[in-house]
Write a protein that binds this ligand. Structure first.
Ligand code: ADP
Ligand code: ZN
Ligand code: ZN
Length: 744
């Protein structure tokens, strides 16, 4: 009998979707031995008054729960594991690192249909395929004189890099099965399956059409040498320098070795071009995981990836936990993008999880960006990441010139300076397209009564309502509240209500008045909600029907508009004076990304930035010396202020309808933390959140900071368990955010 245990028999330890930071013990079905249950399968278990899905994490012996209290598993839902040991290890790590309940982390790794009480059978019909392994490709087939049948098959496999199907092998007329068995034993070939629908054999292979430049070849060679070992590469290449081409080539190499590739992108809906580029390059099966899929489509794609039937998975952050048995490389495109961090519930960073996954799997990971995050640049400086640079644009394309327009004391026409308007004219007359960037949708961010000074505010948030002219409505962009715009001031009945400031809608109207002869299009969340709307807008841009493009940051992502030669950036100042220490970094990334849309081909590009603070030092560095210099200077500032990446931060947030409770909870929490007396941890706050009231709740936060990651977690681990037991914790909504990206 194991010492100290209340029960000494076989036990199944499972994760259940409940907000508790623990695994739960169950007895095997009909008191069977724990052995036949496979780790990573789903079980159906009684839990409280309900029954629910659980995932088997561990088959153990002995429990701290007495036998009488242990319940029995009702049934096993899957024959084979859905989550492989490597994925379970990743989820376990994430649960610990982000201090989020394991059950929630594990259950959320499944597509919705697999969270329900049904064994879900994969429908995809598959065919078997065999291809040479990395080792197999090293073999000198000519030397196999004593095994002529192996030599013939090896030669045949050599000429089919993507692999041979059962049908192709049968058609070859060879007695191939026993020979293949030998080759598998020698590990010279790998066998896998593909869905029947995936076409192959007719691969057009347009990759040969692209003559890689020196920098691209260097990058590819370096990563290729790392295949089969862990390494994080930072692919730092300006927009249009051919990063995507590098990804494509690396994936091609991985696939030729019988491996799978995982590609994470910020938002698939916004970059149809990227996905179509993958689809034309690879005839192999690609699974695209994005929010537009039905539950059925998603589970089918997920299972196909898990069974190794698809070679490439492209997805947004949640795709990071997709099981892929032959995974050979991970690529994170636009690694700086904040959408890789989930901001609610399980607050994980998909980029950081991807690095852990690559490390566990012993494979290379490539972080690509034109504007790498300060964290990644810092890690590269510390030699944790290996730098790969693509310093030049491909072909004739040159980098655009960037200038600032000082708009102080100038008359602005609906937010547009005369110089910008004149320059637009010049570019349009030359037949080019113009892009105007303003990071704010709607007509105006404020509606003001000219007679008494009343301002339309959100009743649930500390914020103004945004005026949407087209629908005559006021909307809060923080909580979604909406109402009809007043015709008269509710305070003084005055009828002079003035929209202050400009959003995309206002700019669109002003531009249409001034450039009535030119096609104008607006791209923001309001104009692209309908399915297919963005595609049709993009078509009009590519056909030249739309020549002035007005949009929010949706425009900054990955698009290739070869005919755009002028980019105007209208509201850069917001980012200069924010309370969020990352605001400057985000502003710089946006400016560079948006500027990168200009002059992508032969035509040189010009970028004009309107600002009330043209002399701002970081803005000046960015414009005159580029992002690299900006980043170095910004890192210096972070270092001086002891901010990430020079320290590690967690944020304890609390919110409640009551004004006082969040601060009271955080004050109690702080006392508990102080009592731990851990050297090297600084507690800042509690303070009200920058926007204290949001969606009818008051919010406050407490910063926890340390120079060492391990010290930070040394506090967090026991502290969070204590917080859960606080009475006041039940009266507020609270959460812990490790490595927060938004301080709001
Ligand atoms: P990025 O991803 O860095 O923005 P892309 O890979 O999209 O750059 O390359 C920009 C454009 O140049 C694309 O149209 C791409 O097809 C093309 N391109 C990339 N590499 C080469 C090359 N070596 N030779 C010719 N064209 C290239
Ligand atoms: Zn008024
Ligand atoms: Zn609101």
């Amino acid at each position: 009998m194991s010492s100290g245990k209340l029960y000494s028999g076989p036990i199944l330890r499972v994760a259940v979707d409940v907000p508790m930071r623990q695994l739960f013990d169950f007895l095997p079905e009909h008191h069977r031995e724990a052995q036949p249950f496979k780790i990573g399968t789903r079980l159906w278990v009684p839990f409280g008054q309900r029954k629910q899905v659980a995932v088997l994490i561990e088959a153990a012996v002995g429990s701290d729960v007495p036998y009488k209290k242990l319940k029995t598993v009702l049934k096993q839902l899957d024959q084979e594991p859905l989550l492989s040991p490597d994925i379970l290890r990743l989820l376990g790590w994430a649960s610990e690192y982000y201090h989020h309940p394991i059950g929630d982390v594990v259950i959320n790794a499944f597509p919705t249909l697999l969270r329900a009480n049904k064994p879900f059978k994969a429908k995809a019909e598959v065919i078997n395929v065999w291809a040479l392994s990395a080792e197999g490709r090293q073999v000198d087939t000519e030397a196999l004189i004593r095994s002529p049948r192996q030599r013939v098959l090896m030669t045949l496999l050599c000429s089919h890099a993507a692999g041979l199907t059962e049908q192709q092998l049968n058609e070859s007329g060879l007695q191939w099965r026993p020979v293949m068995k030998r080759l598998l034993q020698k590990a010279w070939v790998v066998g896998f399956t593909k869905p029947v629908s995936a076409s192959d054999g007719n691969k057009t292979d347009p990759s040969d059409a692209v003559q890689l430049n020196q920098a691209q070849s260097n990058a590819i060679n370096t990563v290729q040498q790392s295949f089969g070992t862990y390494n994080t590469f930072l692919l730092d290449g300006i927009t249009g320098s051919g990063k995507t081409e590098v990804y494509l080539k690396l994936i091609e190499v991985a696939l030729a070795q019988g491996r799978q590739a995982l590609v994470l992108v910020p938002e698939i809906g916004l970059t149809p071009q990227l996905v179509s580029r993958f689809k034309t390059r690879f005839k192999q099966s690609i699974a695209v995981l994005h929010s537009g899929l039905t539950d059925k489509m998603r589970v089918t794609a997920w299972l196909a990836a898990k069974d190794g039937c698809v070679d490439i998975v492209i997805g947004t952050r949640s795709a990071i936990t997709t099981p892929m048995p032959r995974l050979g490389i991970i690529i994170i495109d636009e690694e700086h993008d904040s959408s890789f961090k989930q901001q609610e519930g399980f607050r994980y960073s998909a980029r950081d999880m991807a690095i852990v996954r690559a490390k566990n799997a012993n494979i290379p990971i490539v972080l690509g960006s034109a504007t790498p995050s300060l964290e990644s640049l810092y890690n590269q400086q510390q030699n944790r990441y290996q730098l790969l640079e693509l310093p030049e644009r491909v072909g004739a394309a040159v980098e655009p010139t960037i200038q600032v327009i000082d708009v102080r004391s100038q008359t602005l026409h609906d937010g547009l300076s005369q110089r910008l308007l004149d320059t637009m004219r010049v570019h349009l007359e030359q037949g080019a397209q113009v892009l105007l960037f303003i990071n704010r949708r709607g007509f105006a961010p404020t509606l003001l009564c000219h007679d008494c000074g009343w301002v339309a505010c959100c009743q649930r948030c500390d914020s103004h309502m945004t005026y949407h002219h087209g629908r005559q409505r006021l909307r809060c962009h923080h909580c979604g509240a909406e109402r009809r715009a007043e015709n008269a001031c509710p305070e003084c009945r005055g009828s002079t209500l003035v929209p202050l400031g400009a959003g995309t809608e206002r700019i669109e109207q002003a531009i249409k008045e001034r450039f009535s002869d030119v096609g104008v299009v607006r791209i923001d969340r309001d104009t692209t909600q309908r399915k297919g709307a963005l595609e049709s807008i993009l078509n009009d841009i590519h056909s030249g029907k739309s020549r002035i493009l007005i949009g929010t940051q949706m425009l900054s992502k990955g698009h290739h508009f070869p005919n755009v030669t002028l980019v105007g950036i209208l509201n850069v100042d917001q980012g200069l004076f924010s309370v969020d220490f990352r605001a400057m970094e985000k502003m710089a990334q946006l400016v560079v990304q948006v500027a990168g849309r200009a002059g992508r081909e032969e035509k040189p590009g010009q970028v004009l930035i309107q600002s009330h603070h043209p002399e701002h030092p970081l803005l000046q560095t960015l414009i005159q010396k580029g992002y690299g210099h900006f980043a170095r200077q910004a890192l210096q500032e972070r270092k001086a202020a002891d901010l990430p990446p020079y320290s590690y931060v967690a944020l304890l947030r609390a919110e409640a309808v009551d004004t006082q409770l969040p601060l009271l909870f955080l004050t109690d929490a702080k006392q508990l933390a102080v009592a731990h007396q851990i050297n090297g941890v600084t507690l800042l706050g509690p303070i009200p959140a920058p926007m204290e009231k949001r969606a009818g709740r008051y919010r406050a936060q407490l910063f926890i900071q340390s120079a060492q990651r391990s010290v930070l977690h040394q506090l967090l681990t026991p502290w969070i368990l204590q917080l859960e037991k606080l009475k006041i914790a039940r009266k507020v909504r609270w959460s812990i955010d490790v490595d927060p990206v938004d301080i709001y």
